[in-house]
Design a protein around this ligand. Structure first.
Ligand SMILES: *[C@@H]1O[C@H](CO)[C@@H](O)[C@H](O)[C@H]1NC(C)=O
Ligand SMILES: *[C@@H]1O[C@H](CO)[C@@H](O)[C@H](O)[C@H]1NC(C)=O
Ligand SMILES: *[C@@H]1O[C@H](CO)[C@@H](O)[C@H](O)[C@H]1NC(C)=O
Ligand SMILES: *[C@@H]1O[C@H](CO)[C@@H](O)[C@H](O)[C@H]1NC(C)=O
Ligand SMILES: *[C@@H]1O[C@H](CO)[C@@H](O)[C@H](O)[C@H]1NC(C)=O
Length: 478
């Protein structure tokens, strides 16, 4: 009898235990161990999705998207630096380098005909994150900084003075629909990459470009700083060349604010505390808090992607934004110490909320996170993107505990920059090569070939459009 009671007790405990595994993740925002454990619990299913969703086993290529794996590596590198958990380092090292492609510039011919500048930019951010984190280099390959520099150099070559007196177009090639517009993430993202390259390498060229991109952005609605009293700065998602970049696709996305904010924070730190950059940081911080931390969620301390989260309509790109923004807010708190008191409660409130949200179980996976951090209990969404976003939210709190400070070349001398020749990659794949007399006989074959190629491209565009990409808003990448 005693024995039976004992067994029943054990069974009860077992049940309780498995029940606990499905209840809230224990997140103590001031305790690095609890944050680390939560990060691991969230990363595990993320990596399962990563393996399942790879296209034909190509390292770092997810089906129907290319850049999201890059931003996932960025997140994992930041998590490694802040937690010391190196479980995923070898896969990140290998797959991130693999996608740098034939010419080490994140512009592999496999994908380059479809890309937006923002797609390539995210890989550049992953690379500079590796340098700042002191992530191990790959032997006999270019340094992470060199990869980030290659992205920067290719992109500034695409700086477009033919419309709106400057700016990055959204898409790279003229045959792409987004070629005729300029958008916030392509410009803000290159601004952030430039600012981070400047601070890491101490090479002034990058700082000059950061200034230039900021200044140009501020002549357009992509960075509207001319607001009347009582209003906050506004970042529109896109603007069109046709209207001289004075019109606005004014959807409000957190990452557009976050990327300009992070870049401004790096510039503030790089300039050793310039008051101009401090004012910019504080203004963007006000805008970010006002828009993306609704007062109805725990007194304005939980990050929310307000344009799509309430009705669960976020596409896979939008599902990721909060994770980036959380880590960029943590950078801001670290690099601009006077902002810390305002940022910390918002990141802590968000992490506590993540602990209550990431309780889903499905398909043999636990600790699944949904979209709405503010909702107690899993909201039923699942996938790599929502896991990554939550991992960013947890990581941002580890960073606040002093484990995620971005290094510079002084602390990480192995991360020196070197030149990578990318000149062969900037050819428009739709452009016919000039036909010489000797080529005449074969000219029709070439024409048919090019037409066929374009037809193939068009088919690709249609396929792409079916995945809910919205051409007008210009918010996504491939
Ligand atoms: C490009 O595509 C080929 C064929 O599918 C594949 O073997 C290769 O690994 C791909 N390269 C990259 C960088 O994705
Ligand atoms: C600074 O960066 C630019 C852009 O990548 C590069 O052309 C230049 O050589 C760099 N300067 C040094 C001293 O490395
Ligand atoms: C803001 O004001 C400046 C200076 O008057 C002007 O150049 C810029 O175009 C304005 N920006 C917007 C978005 O109206
Ligand atoms: C720059 O960032 C470091 C943290 O990496 C911080 O200690 C320092 O105070 C910042 N500089 C300024 C001028 O705030
Ligand atoms: C890819 O991931 C999604 C979740 O984001 C999942 O529903 C889907 O089944 C996966 N696709 C494959 C081919 O495994």
């Amino acid at each position: 009898m005693r024995g039976l009671l004992h067994s029943l007790g054990a069974l009860f405990l077992l049940l309780c235990h498995s029940q606990l595994a499905h209840s809230a993740l224990d997140i103590q925002v001031n305790d690095a161990d609890s944050l680390t454990n939560a990060g691991v619990a969230i990363a595990e299913p993320m990596m399962t999705f990563y393996k399942q969703n790879q296209t034909e086993g190509i390292p770092g290529k997810l089906t129907d998207t290319w850049y999201i794996a890059g931003s996932m590596f960025m997140t994992l590198i930041q998590f490694w630096q802040a937690s010391g958990v190196d479980t995923y380092n070898s896969v990140v090292q290998h797959d991130l380098m693999f996608q740098a492609g034939e010419n080490s510039d994140f512009f592999s011919a496999n994908y380059s005909q479809w890309l937006g500048n923002d797609d390539q930019m995210f890989w550049g951010l992953a690379a500079i994150t590796a340098s700042e984190a002191g992530f191990p280099e790959v032997s006999n390959k270019p340094s992470w900084t060199s990869l980030a520099r290659a992205v920067f150099n290719m992109q500034i070559n695409r700086w477009d003075d033919t419309a709106c007196h400057g700016g990055m177009r959204w898409q790279v090639w003229p045959y792409q629909a987004g070629y005729t517009m300029k958008n916030a993430i392509s410009n803000g993202g290159l601004f952030e990459l430039s600012a981070r390259l400047a601070r890491f390498t101490k090479n002034e060229t990058y700082a000059q470009w950061a200034e230039k991109i900021w200044d140009w952005s501020a002549t357009t609605p992509l960075l509207d700083t001319n607001v009347s009293a009582g209003l906050t700065w506004n970042i529109a998602d896109s603007t069109s060349n046709e209207a001289g970049c004075q019109d606005a696709g004014n959807n409000q996305w957190s990452y557009n604010y976050g990327t300009y904010l992070a870049g401004a924070a790096f510039m503030y730190n790089y300039t050793n505390g310039s008051p101009t950059w401090l004012n910019r940081v504080n203004s963007l911080l006000d805008s970010t808090f006002t828009r993306f931390f609704p007062t109805s969620f725990a007194d304005g301390t939980i990050l929310s992607e307000v344009a799509c989260e309430p009705i669960l309509s976020c596409d896979r790109n939008q599902l990721c934004f909060k994770g980036y923004v959380a880590m960029w807010l943590a950078f801001t708190s670290i690099l601009v110490p006077s902002t810390s008191d305002r940022i910390v409660p918002k990141l802590q409130g968000s992490a506590e909320a993540i602990g209550r949200q990431c309780t889903g179980s499905a398909n043999g996976l636990d600790n699944l996170c949904g979209v709405r951090w503010h909702q107690d209990g899993w909201d039923g969404s699942l996938g790599l993107e929502v896991q990554m976003s939550a991992l960013g939210g947890v990581t941002s709190n580890l960073m606040l505990l002093g484990r995620g400070s971005p290094q510079t070349i002084v602390e990480n001398p192995g991360g020196a920059e070197h030149h990578i020749d990318t000149s062969g990659d900037e050819r428009d794949p739709s452009k016919q090569r000039p036909i010489t007399a000797g080529d005449r006989a074969g000219a029709w074959i070439l024409t048919v070939g090019v037409a066929g190629g374009c037809w193939g491209l068009w088919g690709g565009w249609l396929r792409r459009s079916r995945f809910g990409f919205n051409v007008v808003d210009g918010i996504f990448g491939f």
